[in-house]
Write a protein that binds this ligand. Structure first.
Ligand SMILES: *Cc1c(COP(=O)(O)O)cnc(C)c1O
Length: 219
């Protein structure tokens, strides 16, 4: 794990990209191992699992939420979450705003955009640029959230041209949304199977699970 971790971290650094270690279904011990090598940014998909594991681990870990998030569960992670990358509806953003205000925090978020061909993946429609634009522009209704950028997942396929095209699309959208106010700093795209394509296409953040930890234990 050590050599793999170092190589991946160097690869991300070469592109100026942040590495999120996706630790869903990994044990607290596995996370601690990576922590001991100096890693601090971890991504989790399930609220209950995150809240349980967090208590077993150092308090300076930055936890990023990357899974589908139900509105009624925002309250459990709002006090501590470092970012929520899977904001896929305006209603969810509104609830994050409510909870963030309650805890007197500003929560960094990414808007998840649906770029894959598969129908089941969550996210804003990438044709809804007007909606996205409205949500990223300084909006007094959302003074406790900071929209930092976009997150996307490519189609699960061996077809690298397809993946590249989807990531390129997301980057182009990110650039357009950044045209009149350059406040989107994060483009979170790339997983274990496709992160090299994502880095080449301009990801500023990749989310790697199985490459770092090995195959996930079945839940
Ligand atoms: C699980 C997951 C990842 C990591 O997947 P790997 O293929 O194990 O690298 C990245 N992003 C999201 C949103 C995930 O759910």
């Amino acid at each position: 794990m050590e050599a793999v971790y170092r190589a991946l971290r160097e690869q991300c650094t070469a592109y100026g990209a942040t590495l999120i270690a996706v630790s869903k279904r990994q044990s607290a011990a596995g996370i601690q191992t990576l922590y001991d090598r100096g890693h601090r940014d971890f991504g989790e998909n399930y609220v209950q699992e995150l809240c349980e594991k967090r208590l077993l681990l150092p308090s300076d870990i930055r936890w990023h939420f990357i899974g589908h998030l139900q509105r009624n569960k925002v309250k459990y992670i709002a006090p501590f979450i470092a970012s929520i990358q899977s904001v896929d509806t305006e209603a969810l953003l509104g609830e994050i705003q409510n909870q963030a205000r309650k805890y007197q925090r500003i929560i960094p978020v990414l808007l998840q955009v649906h770029i894959a061909r598969e129908a089941q993946k969550f996210g804003f429609n990438r044709e809804d640029e007007a909606v996205l634009k409205q949500l990223i522009h300084t909006n007094p209704d959302y003074s406790n959230v900071k929209v930092q950028g976009l997150m996307g997942m490519a189609t699960f396929t061996e077809d690298s041209a397809q993946i590249r095209a989807e990531y390129r699309d997301l980057k182009a959208l990110w650039m357009r949304l950044n045209e009149d106010n350059n406040n989107l700093t994060v483009l979170s795209m790339g997983m274990s199977g496709d992160f090299e394509i994502a880095l080449a296409e301009g990801a500023t953040m990749v989310r790697l699970g199985s490459l770092l930890f090995g195959a996930r234990p079945k839940s």
